[in-house]
Design a protein around this ligand. Sequence first.
Ligand SMILES: NC(=O)c1ccc[n+]([C@@H]2O[C@H](COP(=O)([O-])OP(=O)(O)OC[C@H]3O[C@@H](n4cnc5c(N)ncnc54)[C@H](O)[C@@H]3O)[C@@H](O)[C@H]2O)c1
Length: 512
Amino acid sequence: MKIIVIGTGYVGLVTGACLADLGHEVTCFDTDANKIARLKNGEMPIYEPGLEALVLAEVAAKRLGFASGALPIQADTRAVFVAVGTPPSALDHSADLSSVFAVAESIGRASLGPLAVIVKSTVPVGTGEAVERILREVRPELEFDVVSNPEFLREGSALADFHAPDRIVVGTGSPRGRDTLAEIYRPLTDGGAPLVFTERASAEMIKYAANAFLAAKIAFINEIADLCEAADADIEEVSLGVGLDRRIGAAFLRPGPGFGGSCFPKDTEALLATAQSHGVQLRLVESTVAANDGRKRAMGRRVIQAMGGVRGRTLAVLGVTFKAGTDDMRQAPSLPILAALRAAGARLRIFDPEGMGQARAVLPDADYADSAYSCLDGADAALLVTDWPEFAALDLSRVAERMRGDVFVDLRNLFPPDALRAAGLRPFGIGRRSRLAVPQPVRGRAVEDLRQGVAPGPLSPPSSLPSSPASAPASPPVPAGALPEPRPGDLPPLALVAAAKAAKAGLNGHAG
Ligand SMILES: NC(=O)c1ccc[n+]([C@@H]2O[C@H](COP(=O)([O-])OP(=O)(O)OC[C@H]3O[C@@H](n4cnc5c(N)ncnc54)[C@H](O)[C@@H]3O)[C@@H](O)[C@H]2O)c1
């Protein structure tokens, strides 16, 4: 089938290349002429595993081409996918649909015959109807089937997700629209992929509901991780035990620095905006957004606490993309965390396997290293934000040797704390028992009590942990007042509970 994909970003380029792989004749179109020129030269504008090889193969097979300028709809083009961005609106948190509507108008003007207009961009319920209205206004005489076909691919495994989807959702009331989509995806459905036909509005809602649920799962396990720290449980054991329940499932039950990326933050906000416009309150989604925002801010403080202050000290940052497997920095949790550390006076040195280009654009005043080990050279502390597989393969003894300090903040629990300790590093993970080693700053005098009463320094390792071996370099002394002055409301109540418990237990030992 002759198909055009409009919008050649993470979704459009993957969709175009994969549809060509299914045997269709695909043109990927974008208003970004520079992006299209690079693609015509065989250069990928994004990093996605396997994408470059697939694009080059499909171009060579003449099933995939690229265009900018005028929309290249021909008389025998039967389907146009809309995969343009739907970022948060500048006015409120609703989805900015201006690109979708602009595309609808240009499809209307360029169309030469009956066409399926397939909206793959994530759009609020009711958008398909608006697109149909625009098409009817521009070309009242032409026949269009406006179909919602939301995308569920995950950056980092997008090609596999396209070829083996959990489901393909097709929302339309038009039998012809259904037939066109069934034909497009037949190679996948013949291989067992479930095709779910729904009303258009339901398909639009499915995408947001799915993303909001996954975001809530992440926010939930992060809250449980906070409770684990306060209550002397270990989140890794808890998430394993919870996730093995088939009614719950292990996916998205990994604790971390909070969700980010180009989808969950904007889609949860956009869902709330939709709910508001319908006079409906989504309390769970509201809480998810609030908990996640608070978490990202809290992560910066966590690093400052672990280091006992960061002013003038060098922090080796391993991974900055919003997750492993992508170069995407949109709404990455690293951004607010690194902003807080920068503001507190830290010197940042960053390494990311694929995200250096995008990182340099958004974090211009950081230093950049060309490998993980060189990033760690002479660093006072290491901060792992993104769990790239190549970081898991690091030799921790070499890591410890390269660093000046011994603090290793692991915001993804990539390393077992014992492995870090065995290498002479002091581990600070998420929701782990070792985390209780960090005295939490509390307001006013209590901070001083905590510091002077028992602890030799603000962040000495707990008595149950081995102190740094002689071979490992000692932490530099912590300057007085290195901990930022806590503001009222700075800490969640649970952190206060942890602090109180740590104080009661003599500070250095595990509470409880
Ligand atoms: N990235 C993901 O993981 C993912 C997953 C599922 C759904 N989605 C949704 O898919 C949509 C696209 O996301 P993305 O990450 O690919 O965005 P993106 O920003 O990577 O790509 C969007 C592309 O659209 C182009 N564009 C914008 N206006 C245009 C116009 N008028 N005509 C032609 N091209 C235009 C831009 O130049 C850009 O290349 C969004 O609605 C997003 O929410 C994204």
